[in-house]
Design a protein around this ligand. Structure first.
Ligand code: IVH
Length: 660
């Protein structure tokens, strides 16, 4: 091959490599495999080595050719590099529009929406169609010359299709995948990880050795041209950039009003997790460039543009407590009870700590300030403790030796990370208890079925019935398969059940042997939950119809510390228990039997009246019976009463007793 042929070959190779580069790095649509690309590049390098005089200035092989620098030179920006004002939430966006409307009240407005890349802003100056200077923002007026590093980014054209002067702005980014790989490499080399893709991108651009930058596989997305091109809209600028060979995001939209902007924002928010790179919001611009210019600059930012930011996915908060939840399989999961904090669009008050090992790994203690992270729609995680925030009052958490639900012993099998409750029915018992609590005769919470309750228990949201009343919409919303609406309905149903009569409340507690009738009797006799709780076994036993077994069960229930705590919890979440006025009438505590039919009262009415007077309705006569009321055509009960010496009264006397 002579020089002339080599020259032609080199030109052809450069052209071909560049067009493959464009397909691969700009369009994300490779035309050939890496082998072919590499093979052509190798041939080009060989020819350029043999004929150095033929090497083109912007040869694709020149991207990593730069030598390491001592420091970056300063570059003055011809056009100031501005930044953006942030808007969090639709309200702030509306306020922004109002500010614009003050300056341009009447013109029709439309907006251009695009992704807000989480990377590093750079400005590319092309002189006569060649990339001459690439600079970081710096203070907006003077930045650093990072041209050699920027040249290593394959999605940036070193030459434009035409020899024009042009200044392009855009963002250098690193994909999440490259970032993860880089951090693995950093760890291997004992170097600290980059905390996010933006830091990694910035750190990679600020390397004095372009070879290191080249190894970081950075990308560049263009979003603006500061050179006057005679274009009318920001949308056209984007089209033009694409035409000039720059990588431009396809995710963009022209919006006719803020409602459409919001729609785009919400779509992007959903898309966010699936994007290969990080974004932290959308950028909204007044589309008309003439209006944008007229709106001017406020501080460091153009008035006609705004960054509509996503809610932060990380936040700090304090661990108020660590509680233990028992799952369906008996597995004990430690849960951090957090000082409520707004993260990623919702208020979070709990985070799972997974297991004992995780607690030790994080070294999280009760009272610690922690970093909470919520990615997408998953339950938040504590990712870090801030030990410098410690005061010395923090307490180390230990897994309980006994199951917090049933009191059975807990065990951790060798080689397993989890502690489990030794009682196989533990979760079932707890779930059954709460199911009973929401049922019809008790709190009667419509629409809250076993599935929902199980989910609440499994995710540690509730440990007992009282916890239901402390639930917030946001707690439920972040659970899988709970939409905002259904979360709202659940909360409404729970809150609507907060007022409860004393008998229903006693019944709801699920005390062994206490059905609706017994609950009613207990309520009538003691009038309040406090008095019932303080009652002696004998006092309970003295209630007609309540035998020793039931009395024992009730008494024991109220002696348990755990149950006392539960009652306190119900009162603390402001469950309103309507007391029962305990009337003391001559019938209070008396056992009454009615035989024959009464003139003024039906059987049911008589029963109700006896109960309301504090008496005890009974259907058979015994020596414990106090009165037998005799109506028309009495049966054998009258005989029996006479035999046992029980006092017999007629309807008139009965009514007198009821009314006195
Ligand atoms: S427009 C007027 N468009 O966000 C100056 N900026 O917070 C803004 N950014 O400094 C340029 N994506 O680094 C613009 N699509 C986008 C952007 C974007 C990310 C960055 C840029 C800017 C910062 C302001």
């Amino acid at each position: 091959m002579d020089v002339k042929q080599a020259k032609i070959r080199i030109e052809k190779l450069v052209e071909q490599i560049n067009s493959f580069r464009f397909r691969y790095h700009v369009l994300d649509d490779p035309a050939v495999t890496d082998e072919i690309y590499d093979s052509l590049t190798r041939e080009l390098i060989e020819l350029e080595t043999k004929y150095p005089q033929l090497k083109l200035k912007n040869s694709p092989t020149s991207r990593v050719g730069g030598i390491a620098l001592d420091k970056f030179e300063k570059v003055e920006h011809k056009n100031r590099m501005l930044s953006l004002t942030d808007a969090f939430g639709f309200e702030e966006l509306t306020a922004w529009e109002a500010r614009i409307r003050k300056i341009i009240p009447n013109q029709p407005l439309d907006y251009y929406c695009e992704l807000k890349f989480d990377g590093l802003a750079v400005s590319l100056r092309y002189v006569k169609g060649e990339l001459a200077i690439a600079a970081t923002r710096g203070d907006g007026f003077v930045g650093e010359n990072v041209t050699a590093n920027i040249r290593t980014i394959h999605s940036i054209p070193l030459e434009l299709p035409e020899p024009n002067h042009l200044e392009v702005r855009g963002e250098v980014i690193m994909t999440k995948q490259v970032w993860a790989e880089l951090n693995r490499q950093q760890a291997k080399e004992g170097k600290p990880p980059y905390v996010n893709t933006r830091n990694a991108a910035a750190g990679s651009i600020r390397q004095l050795d372009p070879k290191i930058t080249a190894s970081r596989k950075l990308q560049f997305y263009a979003y603006d041209v500061v050179t006057e091109l005679g274009l009318k809209t920001h949308e056209q600028v984007h089209k033009q950039l694409r035409g000039l060979g720059f990588k431009v995001s396809e995710t963009q939209k022209r919006a006719r009003n803020l409602t459409e902007v919001l729609k785009f924002y919400e779509q992007v928010l959903k898309l966010r997790a699936d994007l290969p790179f990080g974004i932290d919001g959308i950028v909204v611009s007044v589309n008309d460039l003439e209006l944008l210019r007229r709106l001017g600059v406020v501080g460091k930012a153009p008035r006609g543009m705004i960054a509509f930011k996503f809610p932060p996915e990380k936040a700090t908060t304090v661990v108020d407590d660590i509680i233990v939840q028992v799952g369906r399989t008996g597995k004990l999961t430690p849960i951090a009870v957090l000082r409520p904090v707004f993260v990623s669009g919702t208020t979070v008050s709990r985070a799972t700590l997974h297991n004992e090992d995780e607690i030790r790994r994080l070294d999280v203690r009760i009272g610690d300030t922690v970093v909470l992270q919520r990615a997408g729609d998953v339950i938040p995680d504590i990712v870090e403790v801030l030990p410098k925030m410690r005061t010395g009052k923090e307490t180390i958490f230990h897994m309980p030796k006994k199951c917090p639900i049933c009191g059975s012993s807990v065990l951790r099998k060798e080689g397993m990370v989890d502690w489990v409750c030794s009682n196989k029915n533990c979760f079932a018992k707890q779930a059954r208890g709460i199911r009973h609590l929401v049922s019809k005769g008790a709190f009667d919470m419509a629409g809250i079925g076993p599935k929902i309750l199980n989910k609440f228990i499994e995710t540690g949201l509730i440990k007992d019935g009282a916890d239901l009343f402390g639930l917030q919409k946001e707690d439920i919303e972040i659970l899988e398969r709970f939409a905002e609406k259904s979360a709202e309905n659940i909360i409404a149903s729970i809150q609507g059940a907060k007022k409860i009569t004393l008998p229903k409340f006693i019944y709801a507690l699920g005390i062994l042997h206490v059905g609706e009738e017994t609950a009613f009797d207990l309520a009538q006799r003691f009038g309040s939950i406090e008095r019932l709780g303080a009652a002696s076994k004998d006092e309970i036993n003295a209630i007609p119809n309540i035998g020793e077994v039931v009395a024992d069960s009730v008494y024991e229930w109220f002696q348990s510390k755990r149950n006392q705590e539960l009652i306190r919890k119900f009162l603390a979440v402001r469950v309103q228990i309507e007391r029962v006025k305990v009337k003391t009438t001559p019938l209070t505590g008396k056992s009454i039997v009615v035989t024959g039919s009464l003139e003024f009262l039906s059987r049911e009415e008589a029963k109700q009246a006896v109960r309301e007077a504090g008496g005890n309705w009974s259907s058979s006569v015994s020596k414990n019976t106090d009165y037998v009321v005799v109506g028309e055509n009495p049966g054998s009960k009258e005989e029996k009463a006479k035999k046992l010496g029980v006092k017999i009264i007629n309807e008139k006397q009965f009514k007198a007793l009821l009314n006195s």
